[in-house]
Design a binder for this molecule. Structure first.
Ligand SMILES: [Ca+2]
Ligand SMILES: [Ca+2]
Length: 195
């Protein structure tokens, strides 16, 4: 009995020590073929459509967009302290199905503290029908008294070879809407209604 409770304690202790590491790792998984575009402490460069395929891509008008960044209160401690959820929404805003390989596109959520971006969550996805969405999120403690709250940046990142992979159903025709920003000051403006 004593041995059992000891091993349970050990397992619990290990879980407490390792869970945050596992959680951080699980939140920011990036497929190998996407890694050369993505750095955890710098925003990736905007994707460019190669000139020789541009006219063909414009005909189909496949388009995924960084559609929204949502802020919500998960639990609150008092009027100034809460755990909040920051959620990015990627949406197929085109009129055709987006069909692709399993590791060719990822939604990235960055937290930027005064020009120091950090990748805080990722979501690898694959196919999206028109109007369909995929979400990437993370939770963090929030204090309203923070003078300069971070901003959040949602980015859709693609396989560097996405326009050259012989599949024109994953060729985003509008690279100008693949990034969205929202200031964390809007989180501080939310009511923290605690019981
Ligand atoms: Ca797009
Ligand atoms: Ca392609």
């Amino acid at each position: 009995m004593k041995k059992n409770s000891l091993s349970v304690t050990t397992a619990l202790l290990l879980w407490v020590l390792l869970a945050p590491l596992t959680a951080t790792f699980a939140q920011t998984v990036i497929p190998a073929n996407l890694q050369k575009n993505i750095v955890v402490n710098r925003l990736p460069n905007e994707m460019q459509i190669p000139a020789n395929v541009r006219s063909k891509i414009m005909i189909k008008r496949i388009d995924l967009s960084a559609a929204a960044i949502n802020f919500s209160v998960v639990t609150c401690k008092d009027k100034f302290h809460a755990t909040v959820k920051i959620e990015g929404v990627v949406k197929n805003t085109g009129t055709l199905n987006y069909t692709s390989g399993p590791n060719q596109q990822v939604a990235l959520l960055y937290e930027d503290k005064g020009g120091r971006p950090a990748l805080v969550a990722t979501r690898v996805f694959q196919n999206l029908s028109p109007g369909q969405e995929v979400r990437v999120s993370f939770n963090r403690p929030w204090y309203k008294g923070e003078e300069f709250p971070p901003k959040y940046i949602l980015i859709i990142s693609y396989d560097p070879d996405i326009y050259l992979d012989s599949n024109d159903n994953n060729d985003d025709s509008n690279t100008g809407n693949n990034r969205l920003e929202r200031s964390g000051s809007e989180i501080s403006a939310l009511p923290f209604n605690c019981q």
